[in-house]
Ligand binder design. Structure first.
Ligand code: AMP
Ligand code: MG
Length: 326
């Protein structure tokens, strides 16, 4: 696969449309309506709308591919959710005018839990809590072939384009193809530049990024680790896989995700890491779990074989792994 492959074009087209839909909803959002799923995580009309658009396009272009995505339409089909389903359909109609509510639900349900030889995994909105706070979120899409991530796309509508200008223009699209490097595009998928990780060798010059949510990572452990590594700059807290993009474009050196003590048995979802991991790796970075094992996206929707995540510029990886276990 290369940047001209139909998979890449489709993934970019789908992510651009989905991010336009999410931004539209974000702009209109009053009060931040959301449904709480059985695991207490929030899901919004944007999550559903984004997944419907992404799944429809992928299934249309690649009818034989499996899709493993975060949402399903079970909650949405409940009679007492009809208002929300109507809103989802209205927003999808701005892209696909003829779509009915029934079709929207059926597109969302193109997703299954089947890990096949070749499958797509997608998070229609990664960092829903960030989305609700008008903070960072990402549309994350990856293609996995024979257990290897071969394509990753991250659309980050709220992430500033130029690291020298954090108050400047916003909206980035990160794209990585296995063996072909990582690029950053604008949110229309037009302009592009090659990105690479930082060349920092000395950990005291490094910077770290971590989740905003204290339940998603052990912030105290991260702080102690930073001290061991003589990292003096405070950690940058950011929602979603935008953190992978930050390491990939060399803006931060490390992304740490040591499991939170509030949920020690938590296992990461494949759609929360597949796209981000290839973008960091193809930019020259290294991605493992906190035991140094490669991320394994092949055992189900949960990454049962992995414990936490460490993303680095590669140069500092072993040093950080040692410090974690010191
Ligand atoms: P982040 O924005 O990096 O904090 O990650 C958001 C993702 O964290 C969501 O998509 C959830 O799937 C995932 N998540 C939910 N609970 C946990 C947890 N206890 N530990 C780690 N990640 C979690
Ligand atoms: Mg997510």
């Amino acid at each position: 696969m290369d940047e001209h492959s139909p998979e890449v074009a489709t993934a970019i087209e789908a992510a651009v449309k989905a991010s336009e839909l999410c931004q539209k909803i974000r702009k209109d959002l009053v009060g931040g309506e959301s449904i709480l799923k059985s695991d207490r995580s929030p899901v919004t009309i944007a999550d559903y709308g984004s997944q419907a658009i992404l799944c429809k396009l992928i299934r249309e272009r690649f009818p034989h591919d499996t899709i493993v995505a975060e949402e399903d339409s079970k909650e949405l089909r409940r009679p007492d959710r009809s208002k929300i389903l109507g809103q989802v359909t209205d927003y999808v109609n701005t892209f696909i005018p003829t779509a009915s509510s029934k079709e929207v639900c059926s597109w969302i349900d193109f997703s299954s839990n089947a890990i096949t030889e070749r499958f797509w995994t997608l998070d229609p909105i990664d960092g829903t809590k960030g989305f609700l706070r008008a903070d960072q979120y990402a549309i994350a899409l990856a293609l996995i072939e024979n257990k290897v991530v071969t394509l990753g796309i991250l659309a980050c509508p709220n992430l500033y384009v130029d690291m020298q200008q954090p108050l400047g223009e916003k909206g980035c699209l990160f794209v990585a193809v296995k063996g072909k490097g990582s690029i950053q595009m604008d949110l229309k998928g037009v302009s592009k530049r090659t990105i690479s990780v930082s060349k920092i060798k000395n950990s005291s010059e490094a910077t770290m990024t971590e989740s905003v949510e204290p339940d998603h990572a052990d912030h105290l452990f991260h702080q102690r680790l930073a001290k061991k590594l003589n990292i003096s700059k405070p950690s940058l807290r950011m929602d979603s896989q935008a953190k992978y993009g930050m390491v990939a474009r060399g803006e931060v050196t490390l992304y740490l995700r040591v499991p939170s003590p509030s949920e020690p048995g938590y296992r990461e979802n494949i759609w929360d890491h597949a796209a981000g991991s290839i973008i960091a790796e193809e930019a020259g970075g290294m991605v493992t779990d906190i035991l140094g094992h490669p991320l394994d996206f092949s055992c189900g929707i949960k990454m049962e074989k992995n414990h936490g995540v460490l993303v680095s510029n590669g140069i500092l990886h072993d040093m950080v792994l040692k410090a974690i276990h010191m």
